[in-house]
Design a protein around this ligand. Sequence first.
Ligand SMILES: C[S@@+](CC[C@H](N)C(=O)[O-])C[C@H]1O[C@@H](n2cnc3c(N)ncnc32)[C@H](O)[C@@H]1O
Length: 220
Amino acid sequence: MNNSRIISSNQQGVHDKLDTIVRRHLKSPFRRPFPDYSLRAFEQAQQVVAQHRGPLILDSFCGVGESTINIAKTHPEALVIGIDKSSHRLDKHRQHFPNNDVQNYYLLQADIDDFWRLAVADGWRLQQHFLLYPNPWPKAAQLKRRVHGSPLFPALIQLGGKIELRSNWPIYVEEFAQALSIAGFKATAHVYTPARSITPFERKYSESGQKLWYCQCQLD
Ligand SMILES: C[S@@+](CC[C@H](N)C(=O)[O-])C[C@H]1O[C@@H](n2cnc3c(N)ncnc32)[C@H](O)[C@@H]1O
């Protein structure tokens, strides 16, 4: 049995600044310049996408890429790009999944903070976008590090598609759903029990008996 600890936070519900911060970010574009390594990573992705003539799915924060391979198997018509900034995690992919014959996925080391904005600027439109167990940043002071509290949130929306966020911290999912509602979309948080875990973190939390939460939203 796994024994993963339940997230503890000094926040007891949706952050009281969420509304103000999301509205501010929706009004003002995030203009941080792109470092060279991000531009190079994006060029790599562009080359892979250019060779594919079908729907595109992103698996952001993919870790070791277990979810990427699982999503690719269930969406054979799509190209699934898994993105993570940790080479350590990505390097474990081959070790975990040697000689697999799934062809329609690609793992890329890149920083989401730049990648989403570069993809928007390049006109990408996604069929689906998975955000599975992003770091929760549970301290109240860390709201701006969460996807929905960050200046990146408008880029996430502009990428479009059916979005799915999962977390073991209900407040993260509630805030995410609320941020989407502020942006004009219909979204709510739900509890769920996966029939089969598709990521290592999902497995770890499930085996520890933790409740899991998700939010799905059609962005188009
Ligand atoms: C909690 S792990 C979840 C990994 C995987 N989705 C899973 O469920 O097993 C969060 C992942 O997000 C990645 N990450 C955090 N910030 C990132 C960023 N700005 N760009 C890309 N990856 C990032 C980390 O390297 C880590 O692998």
